[in-house]
Design a binder for this molecule. Structure first.
Ligand code: ADP
Length: 283
């Protein structure tokens, strides 16, 4: 059984309970193969402000948002994601008896990606082209290397950035990187856990959860997802389609909060994507 869990780095997520739950799960089921992927967006925003380089957002013409990643932003991003957040997760898991190993996508080129050479963005109502952004998408995952770690009982804890073929570190979306990782490892389950209960029909109403997404309801989930939820729905679809590997049979977007978020999601909480490969979505 291979389980990929992505924990968000948004505001309001407390990592400690979920790491304790994960450690308990692994101790009870040592044959479980787990890869943990994490973000760090909220802490990056805080450090960016402190360092006098406030975060900026790029909004694409289709409404996707992403972090504007110039060189200085990438440096701050790396400090937070690969440093503070990654190492505090590894420290916590080690303290609970789990042999976690923290790596970024550039280590051993686990996540190979392509940099976006020209990004169309909307700025003050006008479309502009940004050419110096250090962001992109993951194309290939080094499953052999991750399997080496998993085969020896390690729990890889992975975080952006990824690396291009010519050796440039790029900021990539951690949800979509987790989806690629799940497909490449032929995982049984992908859990994308964040600060909301799942995909909501109305983002301001936590009671409006879409609990099940299949081929007939995917359009409404895509339409409901705004801002950063768009990437999660896209990631879920990519995992279901098995891009870069095998379709992941069980994909859940759920809450990282609560006492036992992993068990809750697996028991039915959150948004469950079902029904095999879904029709291609909008990137
Ligand atoms: P993380 O950093 O934890 O991975 P994000 O903050 O990036 O998570 O993404 C979740 C955010 O997406 C929510 O906090 C919410 O503001 C936003 N969002 C937009 N549309 C929706 C929706 N339809 N359902 C749930 N969340 C939504």
């Amino acid at each position: 059984m291979t389980l990929i869990i992505k924990i968000g780095g948004g505001e309001g997520i407390s990592l400690s309970p979920i790491l304790t739950e994960l450690a308990t799960l692994i101790r009870a089921e040592p044959a479980l193969r787990v890869v943990l992927v994490h973000g760090g967006s909220h802490e990056t925003n805080i450090l960016s402000e402190k360092l006098g380089h406030p975060p900026r957002t790029i909004t694409s013409p289709s409404g996707h948002t992403s972090r504007r990643t110039d060189r200085e932003t990438l440096d701050i991003f790396t400090m937070v994601y690969c440093g503070r957040v990654n190492k505090s997760i590894v420290e916590h898991l080690q303290r609970e008896g789990v042999n976690a190993v923290g790596l970024s996508g550039i280590d051993s080129a686990i996540w190979r990606g392509t940099r976006k050479s020209a990004i169309r963005a909307i700025e003050q109502g006008r479309t502009v082209i940004i050419r110096d952004d250090l962001s992109g998408t993951v194309d290939r995952v080094d499953a052999d290397f991750l399997n080496l770690l998993l085969d020896t009982g390690r729990v890889p804890v992975l975080t952006p950035p990824a690396i291009t073929d010519d050796g440039i570190a790029i900021n990539v979306d951690a949800d979509r990187a987790a989806a690629r990782t799940a497909a490449a490892l032929e995982a049984d389950e992908l859990l994308l856990l964040s600060n909301v209960p799942g995909v909501l029909r109305d983002p301001r109403d936590p009671g409006s959860l879409i609990s099940r997404v299949d081929a007939t309801t995917i359009e409404s989930a895509r339409a409901a997802a705004a801002g950063r939820m768009k990437n999660k729905v896209l990631a879920a679809e990519e995992a279901m389609q098995g891009i870069g590997g095998r379709p992941v049979p069980r994909v859940i977007i759920g809450s990282a909060n609560g006492e036992r978020p992993i068990a809750s999601a697996r028991a039915g909480a959150g948004t469950h994507f079902v029904g095999g490969a879904l029709p291609a979505g909008v990137a």
